[in-house]
Ligand binder design. Structure first.
Ligand SMILES: [Zn+2]
Length: 183
């Protein structure tokens, strides 16, 4: 896994949003992706509305049970979204895994993001193509435009002051949906 300090990121990276996530939640997402490999895994991490802080990990079913595609189960989706509504939560992170390709949104992923209608969500992708090192990248997907953002991993459960920041994957770039080949 390429890990750079945020100071090594571009000026653009510092101006963009950052996904801040607790190490324990990130570990749980990667464990879910490993468990469902070679099928794609999907789920969300809910957090208090307006906080932009992911706190409650909800692993979900991949209704497509596919190695190249994911689809939320519509009944489960309704239940999970209702639970969030009741608790004044939003899906801060919507994640899924790629099991044979890079952690970058495919054309169908961008379509799913449009259907979900959650422009404030962080779209986290985990690639489990390497059996040892998971590749983790986070994106904003708004109006079909994909923008990568840095991921800051904090270890809140261990020591509030031991904050480490990482940039996974490449420097943030904006990629036009129409110019991107599907994967
Ligand atoms: Zn995908």
């Amino acid at each position: 896994m390429r890990v750079l300090t945020r100071e090594g990121g571009s000026l653009l990276g510092r101006l963009l949003d950052v996904l801040t996530i607790d190490a324990a939640i990130l570990d749980a997402i990667v464990a879910h992706a490993r468990r469902d490999h070679p099928d794609e895994a999907c789920g969300i991490v809910a957090g208090p509305d307006g906080s932009d802080t992911p706190t409650r990990h909800v692993p979900m079913e991949n209704a497509a049970r596919s190695m190249t595609f994911f689809a939320l189960d519509s009944i489960e989706q309704l239940r999970v979204w209702r639970e969030m509504d009741k608790a004044d939560e939003v899906p801060v992170i919507i994640y899924h895994s790629h099991t044979a390709t890079e952690a970058y949104p495919s054309r169908s992923d961008i379509g799913i993001a449009s259907e979900l209608g959650e422009p404030d969500a962080h779209y986290l992708l985990v690639s489990t193509r390497d059996p040892v090192q998971a590749e983790i990248r986070s994106f904003r997907i708004v109006d079909g435009a994909v923008t990568e953002e840095p991921v800051a991993v904090v270890n809140a459960s261990v020591d509030q002051h031991a904050v480490q920041s990482y940039l996974f994957g490449q420097s943030p770039t904006t990629v036009d949906y129409e110019c991107r080949a599907g994967s």
